[in-house]
Ligand binder design. Structure first.
Ligand code: DC
Length: 222
């Protein structure tokens, strides 16, 4: 059954999914699920506990204690685990690479699938961003978008994001890492990064956030 209270945004890194999700959430008064940060949480816990054994990592996750918080001041969405704000630890390329490695494992995807489904119907509508939101996690979503952008533009946006978080970056290195990660995400066997058949594909390369948001609002209200 189609669910008019779910909107999904999928696409590779740096296409503006997160920014669009936050802006839409503001406009519609809906909540946001930033699914990438759950994969990043697994990567971060792997580093912290120096293990690549997912079953050991899983024991460190208290399901009742995972939540997202919207910070009105900087418009950021933070992921909390047992009251610890993980945001500053998960937004770097080392954790992103690990997240992408764990993301190929069926046991990781199954586990996070259940957590992600738990974000439905918490009163408000839900905007879910990631790689397989419209295809696998929320196939019933009424509104599905798939964003694309040129690799140069995506690297430039990711560079700005990292700089804003106070991290230094080497642009060429960053572009290579992003492409490496996208290849991995698109070519994996389970839940690869592909648009859902019923998704609307938007190239965001030349769109500012305001234009992008307006375009999406126009589509969902039409
Ligand atoms: O969106 P992000 O850059 O924070 O995601 C980090 C990694 O997590 C990404 O390289 C692949 C993985 N991921 C995924 O496999 N499925 C999702 N729905 C979200 C992220």
């Amino acid at each position: 059954m189609i669910d008019p209270k779910i909107l999904t945004i999928d696409g590779p890194s740096g296409v503006g999914k997160g920014t669009l999700a936050k802006n839409l959430a503001d406009e519609l008064g809906w909540t946001v699920l930033d699914s990438g940060s759950l994969y990043r949480m697994v990567g971060y816990l792997s580093l912290k506990h120096n293990t690549k054994d997912f079953f050991k990592i899983r024991k460190k996750i208290n399901l009742e204690e995972i939540y997202f918080e919207f910070n009105d001041q900087n418009s950021n969405i933070s992921l909390f685990l047992e009251e610890e704000d993980l945001s500053n630890f998960i937004r770097n390329e080392e954790v992103a690479k690990l997240a992408s490695e764990f993301a190929v494992l069926p046991e990781v995807r199954d586990y996070l699938f259940k957590i992600q489904r738990g974000f439905r119907h918490k009163g408000k509508g839900l905007i879910a961003d990631g790689r397989d939101m419209g295809t696998v996690v929320f196939p019933e979503a009424k509104y599905k978008f798939f964003l694309t952008a040129s690799s140069e533009e995506r690297a430039r946006r990711r560079e700005n994001q990292l700089k804003e978080s106070g991290l230094s970056v080497n642009m060429r290195n960053l572009q290579e890492r992003i492409m490496e990660r996208d290849n991995k995400d698109s070519s994996r066997e389970i839940s690869p990064l592909v648009p859902a058949e019923d998704a609307i594909v938007i190239d965001s390369s030349n769109l500012g956030i305001y234009e992008l948001k307006s375009k999406v609002i126009e589509i969902i209200r039409s």
